[in-house]
Design a protein around this ligand. Structure first.
Ligand SMILES: Cc1cc2nc3c(=O)[nH]c(=O)nc-3n(C[C@H](O)[C@H](O)[C@H](O)COP(=O)(O)OP(=O)(O)OC[C@H]3O[C@@H](n4cnc5c(N)ncnc54)[C@H](O)[C@@H]3O)c2cc1C
Length: 523
């Protein structure tokens, strides 16, 4: 690797943006030597957020972060200048924002009577506690590709703990037991404060405006090349000293085929698949289209590379069951404050302090979050935006005789106002944009060792994987942190950077006894 070496990043999600930043900051590679090739028209991948007051805002996700974990993310953002607070970093502006707006949910679960459910008790039976303890201490080898339901009895899935934990992190009973165990240990500190979400931190605006834009701006200042509307369709390689060496990338950029030569010493980072692949937006009058990977082509490159190469993982483990992986979110734009005012009256929380409100008995398992306003950098005064999602969009609603997947935005608002017992006038000015995501929890599918490649697979000379579908011991997927950690690991290994990747904070090891005590304490 020399200062003449080039780096090609396939995909423009936060993982690639972070990898570019680590190469510049810690690997001393000039930004002008780095190209990011993204199939979509903009960068940011799953961390999208767009729109305006008239067309309506939309974002596929609303993200919670923590400052007790997210070690690599904050290591990165301590170096990225804030765009809203001159002289400060994104890390500093986020910490200061969270000191001003602390999470303290007073309406975490709402039942079918529209009553706020007491959540001081986790609702565990003795059997639940024993089973949870056993699961948290089991080895990953012994858990293998088992599911959460293989280890916890039916009663556990009716406890307030499960309702809160599963909707905070989007777990389904059929998901990977290994990943569930990792979450218990990684987010052990959240265990004792899950009912108020007190450990959750938020970004000032949505994560596109607050995380992607500042990072992209810094990378642009360093001279990084961004190539959008460019899909890499194939990777040519040679074998040298029994190592896999990428020699060129085949792309379709703005409709034109082209090949990019990869020379000796150059590096290639691939974002192998995306949780938001094949997602689609609806409108107030239309439900989102039902797309699959066959239309998007988003998994094809990883499938092609992994064919006959076990060290590159097994994509089919993650993308073969939309029924077990999908759900829907929605973003609502309002031009008057009545919904926000009524929510404040009902929940006792100012927007930005409450976090998720889950309608635990709703057929769709509906949750909403009212973030601090404005939630978009370009959001005018007098406009309000909130986000929500449902874990069971295949079920018929309680107030709309249709599955969520068949519903347009207006029907989703009818269902939501039904659970809240709000008059329909409360959302008279609302524009609700639904979003279907067929692979949103594909990372949680039961998996075994070898199903995910390491960030730098054994036998690879210049190709790394940076995504939610790589193997990182101890860390948990469905987080920004996982992609940033994958990026930092891949860059440091391929470039021989001596600085250490920050450790996964060992809450788990030092707190196993505490976990046991917590389980005993929570009845
Ligand atoms: C609804 C939702 C809620 C979430 N909640 C949280 C949360 O609370 N906390 C948290 O930390 N995280 C959360 N996340 C997860 C977090 O957003 C993701 O983990 C992270 O954004 C993934 O980043 P990535 O760069 O790995 O992949 P992505 O953002 O998926 O980016 C991959 C990119 O690669 C591109 N690409 C792939 N193949 C090719 C190719 N062959 N050629 C060109 N381009 C290609 C894709 O188009 C895509 O843009 C949430 C995500 C969603 C969607």
């Amino acid at each position: 690797m020399t200062t003449k070496s080039k780096a090609y990043l396939i995909g423009g999600g936060i993982g690639s943006l972070a990898a570019a930043a680590f190469m510049i900051r810690d690997g001393n590679l000039p930004g002008g030597n780095i190209s990011i090739l993204e199939a979509a028209p903009i960068l940011g991948g799953s961390l999208d957020a767009a729109g305006d007051a008239d067309r309506g805002y939309s974002m596929r996700g609303g993200r919670m972060v923590t400052t007790d974990n997210y070690e690599c993310t904050w290591d990165l953002y301590k170096s990225i200048p804030s765009l809203t607070r001159p002289g400060k970093s994104v890390f500093q502006e986020t910490v200061e924002f969270n000191e001003r707006h602390q999470s303290n949910s007073m309406a975490r679960l709402v039942d079918r009577r529209r009553a706020k459910t007491p959540v001081a008790s986790m609702g565990f039976s003795m059997q639940d506690r024993l089973e949870l303890l056993r699961l948290s201490q089991a080895t990953e080898e012994s858990l293998g590709a088992s599911r959460i339901t293989d280890h916890l009895s039916p009663g556990f899935f009716e406890t307030p703990f499960w309702h809160m934990w599963s909707t905070t992190f989007a777990f389904q009973p059929w998901h990977s037991a290994v990943e569930f165990k990792r979450y218990l240990l990684r987010f052990m500190l959240e265990f004792s404060r899950i009912e108020t979400l007190a450990g959750v931190k938020r970004t000032i605006y949505n994560q596109y405006d607050s995380l992607v834009v500042p990072l992209q701006t810094w990378l642009a200042d360093q001279g990084v090349h961004f190539v959008t509307d460019c899909r890499v369709t194939d990777i040519a390689h040679k074998t040298e000293d029994e190592k896999f060496v990428v020699t060129s990338l085949q792309c379709v950029c703005a409709g034109e085929s082209e090949a990019i030569a990869v020379s000796d010493g150059d590096l290639v980072f691939l974002q192998n698949a995306s949780m938001t692949d094949a997602s689609s937006l609806g409108s107030m009058t239309h439900a989102p289209a039902q797309r699959t990977k066959a239309e998007s082509g988003g998994w094809t490159l990883w499938e092609r590379l992994a064919d006959g190469r076990p060290e590159f993982g097994r994509p089919q483990v993650f993308n073969s069951s939309i029924a077990q992986a999908w759900w829907e979110s929605f973003t609502v734009t309002l031009k008057d404050p009545s919904f926000f005012n009524q929510m404040k009256q009902f929940s006792g929380n100012e927007a930005g302090t409450g976090g998720l409100v889950t309608f635990k008995d709703s057929n769709w398992l509906l949750s909403i979050v009212l973030a601090f306003q404005p939630h978009f950098a370009n959001q005018p005064e007098g406009v309000y935006v909130f986000w929500g999602y449902s874990l069971f969009p295949d079920r018929v609603g309680n107030f709309v005789p249709k599955s969520m997947t068949e519903c347009n935005g207006a029907e989703i608002l009818t269902e939501l106002c039904g659970h809240l017992r709000f008059d329909p006038e409360t959302t008279a000015t609302a524009n609700c944009i639904p979003c279907r995501m067929p692979y949103i929890t594909s990372m949680f599918m039961p998996r075994e060792k070898g199903d995910r490649p390491f960030p730098v697979p054994s036998g690879s000379k210049n190709l790394a994987f940076v995504s939610q579908f790589v193997e990182i011991p101890e860390d948990v997927v469905f987080t920004v942190e996982y992609s940033v950690r994958a990026a930092q690991m891949a860059v440091y290994e391929l470039m021989g950077v001596e600085r250490k990747v920050p450790n996964v904070t060992p809450h788990a090891k030092s707190h196993l006894a505490q976990f046991e005590a917590l389980l005993k304490a929570f009845k």
